[in-house]
Write a protein that binds this ligand. Structure first.
Ligand code: ATP
Ligand SMILES: Nc1ccn([C@@H]2O[C@H](COP(=O)(O)O)[C@@H](O)[C@H]2O)c(=O)n1
Ligand code: MG
Length: 241
């Protein structure tokens, strides 16, 4: 059902988009750059890599559509740093703090964790990386996620990839993943699919309107899907090989 609903919002592959900083807000990125110009940062080496505007790609798709699998290949081939919002949250939930418990309950229910929590984790991961190219997997899952990222990080993605996979295949993949995830069960998967339709499709619609969305048909083999991704990253500015 959600495939049909989605079909009209996707734009076809288009040419390489341009980097866009959001100038009308006061995100941490601008503060960092300001600190650099005022000399209010410690390591010179750290500064020069960090003040460069990061190249950000968001990767979206339903549960089991292959986001994590393809991100690993993008990292290996094109030298991106992979930030999985779900992984960052799973690490955080392993603490028994109130926040950890809240994250666990939210993931178990297939719902979306409050955006500020997720964006702060992403911010920390970006800040502690030496890389300048990030592939952010499973984010933004909602308009609230997207807006919070814009407010706090202040950098727009160059590219937003959507893995379009049939529901039956996604459910099959999740149920045979076997990695002990608390959300890999049929009840949670059904809820996640609903959440995807209700909260994530508007995000895809937003980026489609901005000409940033690239839809990848994600029902084939891992290699077939990667071959469809390759041209998106082959441009010299993002390639290391
Ligand atoms: N093209 C494919 N064909 C068959 N199996 C696949 C394919 N891509 C990934 N898988 C397998 O399906 C499962 C789900 O893939 P993956 O974890 O990459 O999905 P995901 O989109 O990250 O899901 P989630 O949103 O739940 O984290 C994994 O066990 C993975 O090995
Ligand atoms: N932006 C996000 C990303 C994930 N979550 C929660 O984590 C679950 C697992 O995410 P995966 O990307 O690993 O599939 C997801 O179902 C959400 O509960 C989130 O809240 N916000
Ligand atoms: Mg994943």
């Amino acid at each position: 059902m959600w495939r049909r609903r989605f079909a009209f919002v996707c734009s076809p592959l288009v040419s390489s988009p341009k980097s866009t900083l959001i100038h009308n807000q006061a995100p941490y990125w601008h503060e960092y750059a300001k600190a650099f110009t005022t000399g209010n940062v410690n390591s010179e080496e750290g500064i020069s890599s960090k003040v460069k505007v990061p190249f950000i790609t968001f990767v979206l798709g339903g549960p089991g559509s292959g986001k994590g699998t393809q991100c690993a290949k993008i990292v290996e081939t094109f030298g991106f740093a992979h930030l999985s919002a779900g992984e960052l949250l799973r690490k955080e939930m392993s603490s028994n703090s109130a926040k950890g418990v809240m994250i666990r309950d939210t993931i178990k229910e297939g719902k979306i964790v409050p955006s500020e929590v997720t964006v702060k984790l992403i911010q920390k991961a970006i800040e502690s990386s030496n890389n300048n190219k990030f592939i952010i997997d499973g984010f933004p899952r909602s308009e609230e996620n997207r807006i919070t990222f814009e407010k706090i990080i202040g950098v727009e993605p160059e590219l937003v990839i959507f893995f379009d996979c049939i529901e039956e295949e996604m459910v099959k993949r999740v149920l045979s993943r076997n990695q002990g995830r608390i959300d890999d069960n049929i009840e949670t998967v059904k809820k996640r699919l609903e959440v995807f339709v209700t909260l994530s499709l508007p995000v895809l619609d937003y980026y489609s309107r901005k000409g940033k969305l690239r839809k990848i048909e994600a029902n084939g083999t891992v290699e077939e899907i990667f071959e469809k991704l390759r041209p998106l990253f082959a441009a010299e500015k993002v390639s290391i090989k």
